[in-house]
Ligand binder design. Structure first.
Ligand SMILES: Cc1ncc(COP(=O)(O)O)c(C=O)c1O
Length: 396
């Protein structure tokens, strides 16, 4: 007798890679001791939130003003939305007001609010491969279908491939920069080219094709890399973002959706986002966190420890013979596996007590993903294993 819906049973099988590796890491740690297991399976930031967060929270919990724990507008506190809009205006180079921002339960919550608002049953959401595995589930939750298209060289956007995938059912193109799982930051020219394509395609089909931009890693960049403004590139853009990574607060579930003020039918779009936040059962983003992030705009973790991990891993993997793109942002590496069967290769690394996730889990076989938001000892401890497998496969 089936306990859960067929779809959920099928999704459970498909979605298991990251969790499976994470749980295997916990099991191995029990057997071999934490210090001997090198777990790169999950993008859970190891850095503590910045000190300013602690100070702000302590002040906020002592605030005796009545009503601070009650419901508020489904869009969030107007003060918080104004603060987010103010920061975003500078960041995107487009003037937003608080009305263009809806506070959400993380970027994941923002996606649900956005997709609920724009998708009709059967609508397609194009995404460059590889991609964050949850996107397929998010689209399906709202009757949509994810349509992966190949990326270009070095995981850049392949705008021609996106153009070729556009059909009457296409409702959105979803991009993520800095990118999970590759660490790619899309150059401004690629984003502008994509905006031009979507403008043309929307005009031709008579139906808006949205650009949905996933930006929780926006402030985690290296070597002065600049993240393009999606709102300057295209009017029908909605951003999903959060403080999960830049403030190391993934458990607090605080983020936002922001719509471009120049989007067609902006009032209806915003009304849809606010309603979706309510009827999806989020109701509103966590009150305390909204008050905190209002005072922390522009604050983020120091990326130096991530950069150090990136540099050490990139150098060691390259030296061992692996083909790997040097990440420009976020905290992931996506090397090519030395054998086509990425799952078998991840199992082999497991024998060395190194936990990574097969590229298949991100829609791209033949690679593996490493989340390097870990202590430096984890990185250093894993290097002998990479040297050993590198010598085996590449003779290095
Ligand atoms: C690319 C990407 N988008 C969205 C999310 C979800 O972020 P949040 O925890 O804010 O919902 C993640 C989390 O790892 C992510 O890597």
């Amino acid at each position: 007798m089936s306990v859960v819906a067929k779809k959920i049973a099928e999704f459970s099988c498909r979605s298991s890679w990251i969790r499976e590796m994470f749980e295997e890491g916990a099991r191995l740690a029990q057997v071999h001791g934490c210090d001997n297991v090198f777990d790169f399976s999950i993008g859970n930031p190891n850095l503590e939130p910045p000190e300013a967060f602690q100070r702000v929270i302590e002040e906020l919990v002592r605030d005796p003003t009545p009503g601070l724990h009650g419901y508020m507008s489904n869009a969030g506190y107007s003060q918080t939305r104004a603060a987010v809009a103010d920061y975003l205006s500078g960041d995107q180079g487009v003037a937003l007001t608080g009305d263009h921002v809806v506070m959400t339960c993380g970027a994941g919550g923002a996606f649900h609010v956005i997709l609920k608002t724009i998708l009709d049953p059967g609508d397609e959401v194009i995404v460059p491969s590889p991609y964050f595995v949850e996107y397929a589930f998010y689209a399906d939750n709202h009757g949509g279908v994810l349509r992966p298209v190949p990326s270009g060289p070095d995981f850049d956007l392949d705008v021609q491939a996106i153009a070729a995938a556009i059909r009457p059912q296409t409702r959105a193109v979803l991009i993520n920069s800095p990118h999970n799982p590759t660490g790619r930051v899309y150059p401004t020219e690629s984003v502008v080219e994509l905006g031009d394509l979507l403008r043309r395609a929307s005009a031709e089909s008579g139906r808006i094709i949205y650009l949905v931009s996933d930006e929780p890693y926006r402030r985690i960049v290296y070597d002065g890399c600049k993240v393009a403004s999606v709102m300057a590139a295209y009017e029908n853009t909605v951003i999903a973002s959060s403080y999960s990574k830049e403030l190391s607060l993934p458990g607090e579930r605080i983020g936002f959706a922001a719509a471009n003020p120049s989007a067609a039918g902006i009032d209806a779009l915003l009304e849809g986002l606010v309603l979706a936040n309510r009827i999806l059962g989020f109701v509103n983003a966590p009150a305390l966190m909204q008050r905190a992030v209002a005072r922390l705009q522009g604050v983020s973790v120091d990326v130096a420890p991530y950069r150090r991990n990136r540099d050490v891993l990139y150098a060691a993997l390259s030296e061992a013979g692996f083909e790997v793109f040097k990440p420009q942002g976020a905290f992931y590496l996506f090397p090519r596996a030395p054998i086509e069967d990425d799952v078998a290769f991840c199992r082999e690394l497991q024998q060395h007590l190194v936990l990574v996730v097969p590229g298949s889990g991100f829609g791209m076989k033949g690679h593996f993903r490493m989340a390097y938001c870990v202590a430096p000892e984890v990185v250093d401890g894993a290097l002998p294993a990479f040297r050993e497998v590198g010598a085996k496969y590449f003779g290095g």
